[in-house]
Design a protein around this ligand. Sequence first.
Ligand SMILES: *[C@@H]1O[C@H](CO)[C@@H](O)[C@H](O)[C@H]1NC(C)=O
Ligand SMILES: *[C@@H]1O[C@H](CO)[C@@H](O)[C@H](O)[C@H]1NC(C)=O
Length: 480
Amino acid sequence: MGTQLHMFLFPLMASGHMIPMVDMAKLLAARGVKVTVVTTPLNSIAISNSIHTSKSLSVSNIHLLILKFPTAELGLPEGCENGDSVISPAILPKFISALNLLQTPFEEAVMEHRPHCIVADIFFPWVNNVAAKFGIPKLGFHGIGFFPFCAMEFVRIHQPHNHVSSDTEPFLIPHLPGEISFTKLKLHESMREDLKNDLSDFLKIAQEAESTSYGVVMNSFYELEAEYADCYRNVLGRKAWHIGPLSLCNQEIEEKSQRGKESAIDEHECLKWLDSKKPNSVVYACFGSMTKFSSDQLKEIANGLEACGKDFIWVVRKVNREEKEEDQNWLPEGFEQRMEGKGLIIRGWAPQVLILDHPAVGGFVTHCGWNSTLEGVAAGVPMVTWPVAGEQFYNEKLVTEVLKIGVAVGTQKWVRIVGDFVEGGAMEKAIRRVMEGEEAEEMRNRAKELGKMAKRAVAENGSSYSDLDALIKELKSLAF
Ligand SMILES: *[C@@H]1O[C@H](CO)[C@@H](O)[C@H](O)[C@H]1NC(C)=O
Ligand SMILES: *[C@@H]1O[C@H](CO)[C@@H](O)[C@H](O)[C@H]1NC(C)=O
């Protein structure tokens, strides 16, 4: 072979997308691949921190290539280089234009460095053209698993929602194993007339472009969704490699706590708190980096947590400086005093993997982002599913109906745009179902079994480990 394989990795600038792609970079580097992560100046700081906390010597195989982000050209606020900070609909179209403007500098970088392969986020559909121009394979990365991806593709291709008479009438997703029923209100945005905007149009283009990629890399493992991995390859007829859960390649404790942004709490303090609790007794509630709840909803969550009587850790999104003062006083009267010692509220980023892996944690209330869903699976913790947007409603189906390791809290529609509301009582009920009694025990056993399978998948000769070998082998055969 002689020559070293060189890959470009190009993640979307948003933490949920960058974290797994940086994990992927470390994995590839450990197998001797030269990796160049392409990003923008501000995002390169977080990526560089994450790479350099790794103790592994192979990180010297990872390089950073920085493209200037056209904030000024498009009138974006200074420093607005990351999707996490794009909350206002006024900024979104500019952010999308900025992503598209990266094409020219990206193409120049490919010309200069001549990688053998590009792995790009599906938010950069034009990378397909760049790769074709240079005759190199492009692999898509959308940060979700086979189940949600197959579901979205079958809906896109067959449009089953056009045959129902209301937003809430259930229909089956065609070709998807397991008779999964769905409603219009839960569909992802590119299929929804009522959510039509710049982002949904853009996602539609991205989803269509994906079918012309050389293949995809999935942050998943075969045992988790074997039937759907086979379906993806055989029914949709596309190439795919499963190499996850990517979060498991961060074994050392420092790295786990450094995932993503710096934590808003000292991790030792958090672990000490958990150490004082009984096994499987603590509820961990976190709704991801993008979910924005109303004060009323936050109050209901507080009520639900109090009513269920369990100890809990609750991660609340940090309030922005622009937000109004009254929006910050949503906790029920005397809540923090009553919950002293019983509940830990973290405002901002939490060391999620460390928390989930702690034996005291017995239930995970999650928005079902793929990243979080996999982290819950890998930690073997049963879940209360509370999807709010995007493909999260599909992930909920996987967790509750296919894997049977969770209970749905009952959300029916998108919180962010259409508005949904969950009463504290519904939350309490769902938490009790995953934490108490025989049904909970069965869910916990299945979750623990899956957690073990996840660890085996990434270990030497495991399914993900072997598929990564197969991918590298195929790319080498194309390159040399
Ligand atoms: C991704 O994972 C981190 C922890 O590793 C978690 O805190 C974060 O909420 C996740 N991001 C998304 C978008 O789900
Ligand atoms: C992995 O497979 C190879 C080849 O079959 C074998 O030599 C090696 O011992 C295996 N490693 C483990 C940890 O099982």
